[in-house]
Design a binder for this molecule. Structure first.
Ligand SMILES: Nc1nc2c(ncn2[C@@H]2O[C@H](COP(=O)(O)OP(=O)(O)OP(=O)(O)O)[C@@H](O)[C@H]2O)c(=O)[nH]1
Ligand SMILES: [Mg+2]
Length: 298
């Protein structure tokens, strides 16, 4: 294979929750196509983001964090979705946090040993390290781990060393023509992205368990002459949670709506009118049928 030939393929980003997978996807694509938050289990779906360059087109696939809590149907759905995303791709990016190794990382490492894919180990958040010299001894634990073809420390947030990562991914892709138009950003619909942006703003504003107990459904998505009309329903489990999502005097919901709308206008290049309703549906995170009706159909 010649290095200057055009290559095209897919790379999945996997790892435990909160290591920075979605942040990396957004930085690689140059747009917010996947939502992020400082809380674990933010991503719930497989989301493809496209990087088109002169020498390659790479579809990076973001996945939910693989985790140990398997109590709710939602938790099990997240793990299933992440594991399924390793099948059929060319390269796996195994993201961890630099200088922090947990049991959940060990779970992912064990699973990847069984996959036959090339795996790149990517310790993220190196911007938080005081000195670079700590990293080498920490990486010793991977000596003799021949499943990792390369180890590429990065900072997704500060965009450090991402070019090296893209180069290593590209080197492992087949020579093939682009499969998508060069201006494609994601394999997800605008409707889907709209729902995710509402969920992101609420996830960032709400404490503790509540982000895990809510889902967003887009009921209306209609392009009128000069405006995009979007209607969203936020599903929670109980009336008391409804009050928290709405906030005193509607403050929480109003702020979340304004932020989501601003992001939508930038992403869709159009004015947006956004209405959000909050409704209660008991037990939805535990009900496979309701999950499917909300689009969690793995
Ligand atoms: N300091 C620092 N923080 C980062 C970096 N990358 C991501 N973060 C932060 O880490 C947190 C989690 O980031 P996400 O991208 O949502 O993590 P994730 O792996 O997608 O998480 P799940 O979707 O829950 O599995 C957010 O607060 C990010 O801003 C980085 O390079 N440096
Ligand atoms: Mg994520």
């Amino acid at each position: 294979m010649r290095a200057d030939e055009f290559r095209c393929g897919t790379a999945t980003i996997v790892g435990r929750p909160n290591v920075g997978k979605s942040t990396l996807l957004n930085r690689l694509v140059g747009q917010k196509v996947s939502i992020t938050a400082s809380k674990p289990q933010t991503t719930r779906h497989r989301i493809g983001g496209v990087l088109s360059r002169d020498d390659a087109q790479i579809v990076f696939v973001d996945t939910p964090g693989i985790h140990r809590d398997r109590r709710s149907a939602m938790s099990r759905y997240l793990n299933r979705t992440a594991r399924g995303a390793v099948d059929g791709v060319d390269v796996v990016i195994f993201m961890v946090e630099a200088l922090r190794w947990t049991d959940e990382d060990e779970d992912v490492r064990r699973e990847l040993r069984e996959s036959r894919k090339p795996v790149l180990l990517v310790p993220n958040k190196i911007d938080r390290m005081v000195g670079r010299e700590e990293l080498l001894p920490w990486l010793d634990r991977f000596r003799g781990e021949d499943r990792f073809e390369e180890i590429i420390p990065v900072s997704a947030r500060r965009q450090q060393n991402l070019e090296a990562l893209v180069g290593e991914v590209r080197a492992r892709l087949p020579v093939a023509p682009a499969m998508l138009p060069s201006d494609a950003l994601t394999d997800r619909s605008e409707r889907f992205l709209a729902g995710e942006l509402v969920r992101e703003k609420l996830t960032r504003k709400l404490d503790q368990e509540l982000p895990y107990r809510l889902a967003v459904e887009i009921e209306e998505f209609r392009r009128e002459k000069r405006i995009l009309r979007i209607g969203a329903v936020v599903w929670v489990e109980r009336a008391s949670q409804k009050g928290i999502v709405i906030g005193k005097g509607g403050r929480v919901l109003k702020a979340a709506g304004a932020e989501a709308r601003a992001n939508m206008e930038a992403l869709f290049g159009s004015r947006v009118h956004l209405d959000i309703w909050v409704k209660a549906r008991a037990g939805w995170p535990n009900d496979e049928k309701v999950l499917r009706s909300l689009g969690y159909d793995g």
